[in-house]
Design a protein around this ligand. Structure first.
Ligand code: 5GP
Ligand code: ZN
Length: 138
C-alpha cells in the first residue's frame, strides 16, 4: 500500500533520504525539516494511510508506544523536560501532508508557548447533547 505520488511514502521507504532516528518493518521516524523545536520528530508508517481514520488498527496501535519511546529518548539525550505528541487529521486540523504521521515535539524549560489553546465555555446541556451525538455512532 504505497502511493507513488506521496512524499512521505518515498521518505518512509528510503527512496528519499532523511534524518532517520528509528526504523523497523512498519515505521520510519525522521526529523522534521521545519522543526518546532530541536529534535522535532515525525513517525511515518511505511504503508500509506491518509490519516488515523484510514489506518490499519494494528499499525495505529503501535504508534503510541513508539511515540513514548522516542519522547523518552529526547528527554534522555536532548535535555528536553517534556514532549507533545500531536497528530493532525484533515486540513482544518492543520494537516498538510496527507500520509498519516505523528509529531513528537520535545519541550524545553523556558521554551515558547505552543500546542495550546484558550479554554472555552460550554453549557452542560450542550455538552450532554454533543456527547450523545458522538456516542450514537460509535
Ligand atoms: P502536518 O501539518 O501535515 O501535520 O505536518 C507535516 C510536517 O511535515 C510539517 O511539520 C513539515 O515541516 C514536515 N515536512 C513536510 N515535508 C517534509 C519533508 O520533505 N521532509 C521532512 N523531514 N519533513 C517534512
Ligand atoms: Zn504516503
Amino acid at each position: 500500500m504505497k502511493d507513488c505520488n506521496c512524499i512521505f511514502c518515498k521518505i518512509a521507504n528510503g527512496e528519499i533520504p532523511s534524518s532517520t532516528v528509528y526504523e523497523d518493518e512498519d515505521f520510519r521516524a525522521i526529523l522534521d525539516l521545519g522543526p518546532a523545536s530541536r529534535g522535532h520528530t515525525l513517525i511515518l508508517p511505511k504503508n500509506h494511510y491518509a490519516d488515523i481514520c484510514e489506518a490499519d488498527p494494528g499499525i495505529a496501535g503501535k504508534l503510541f508506544p513508539l511515540a513514548g519511546r522516542i519522547g523518552a529518548a529526547m528527554k534522555a539525550v536532548l535535555g528536553a523536560s517534556g514532549f507533545n505528541v500531536v497528530q493532525n487529521n484533515g486540513a482544518s486540523a492543520g494537516q498538510t501532508v496527507f500520509h498519516l504521521h505523528v509529531h513528537i515535539i520535545p519541550r524545553y524549560d523556558g521554551g515558547p508557548r505552543m500546542v495550546s489553546w484558550e479554554p472555552g465555555e460550554e453549557k452542560p446541556e450542550v455538552l450532554a447533547e454533543t456527547a450523545a451525538r458522538i456516542k450514537g455512532v460509535l
